[in-house]
Design a protein around this ligand. Structure first.
Ligand SMILES: O=C(O)CCC(=O)C(=O)O
Length: 254
């Protein structure tokens, strides 16, 4: 693992809240899962709704071809990035993320920015999320978007739910603009570094190809993005929760 996780990886993860590990998994290890997904997509009719296709894809993720991508090296890496904390997976298989092509333009979304779990104040990191690719996802191709650096905000505010995190962040000019759909030139959130206090912020699109892995801190604000490319966006994700910290949140085992 040392060949992929260096001191720079740890410090980038601490600073930015995400890290990209190109070729962490052997690209060919994704092939059986890709074949499964493609078989389902090939049977989809143009009139099928996105929800209907997602529903058909969902159970595939329980197949061994998908869990095989959650390697012990990947789990070790998640734990290392989580500062050695014990981690739990609420489900033992990953989740398929699918966005069909067809958006007329790609732009930084102004809505659906969220967290999957509440903030826990000075507890800090509550887990990490892994993303990998079941096909090439290019810029503008619907990859998950995150606000790098946002995990460093609001760590002194005790327990804050996702909705309230957004409400509190809206007091800052950067987030007021990010959440404002009427604002033109939204690519600037990708091209420019914003600032809240001493924290630098930037919207990052998770792009890559089979074998590439991203890890993000579960405190990082993230959203879905449109897919303005011609290929469907197919990614896999798994969440690793800090067992003790999240167990305390929900009053016991998770
Ligand atoms: O589909 C996506 O890229 C968004 C993923 C997401 O919001 C999540 O994992 O919580």
């Amino acid at each position: 693992m040392e060949r992929l996780i260096t001191e720079e990886t740890y410090s980038a993860f601490a600073e930015r809240g995400y890290v990209r590990l190109p070729g962490f998994l052997p690209p060919e290890s994704a092939e059986p899962a890709i074949e499964r997904v493609q078989r389902v997509l090939a049977r989809a009719a143009p009139s099928d709704s996105v929800t209907a296709v997602r529903k058909r894809l969902k159970p595939l993720a329980k197949l061994p071809e998908f869990s095989a991508l959650l390697t012990s090296e990947l789990r070790q890496c998640a734990r290392a990035l989580a500062g050695g904390r014990a981690l739990s997976e609420i489900v033992d298989h990953p989740q398929i993320l699918f966005t069909p092509p067809g958006a007329s333009i790609w732009t930084v979304p102004h809505k659906i920015w969220h967290l999957d779990v509440p903030r826990l104040g000075e507890v800090g990191l509550v887990g990490v999320q892994m993303f990998t690719f079941l096909g090439k996802v290019e810029a503008g191709g619907g990859g998950t978007v995150v606000v790098a650096g946002s995990h460093r905000l609001l760590n002194d505010a005790g327990r804050v739910r996702s909705k309230d995190v957004k409400r509190r962040l809206s007091k800052e000019a950067y987030f007021q603009d990010l959440f404002n759909g009427a604002l033109p030139d939204r690519e600037r959130f990708v091209d420019e570094i914003g600032q809240v206090g001493d924290v630098s912020l930037q919207v990052i699109e998770f792009i890559g190809e089979p074998g590439d892995v991203y890890f993000s801190d579960l405190r990082v604000l993230h959203s879905l993005a449109p897919n303005a490319r011609s290929a469907p966006r197919l990614m896999l994700s798994q969440r690793f929760f800090a067992t003790e910290e999240i167990g305390a949140l929900y009053g016991g085992e998770i």
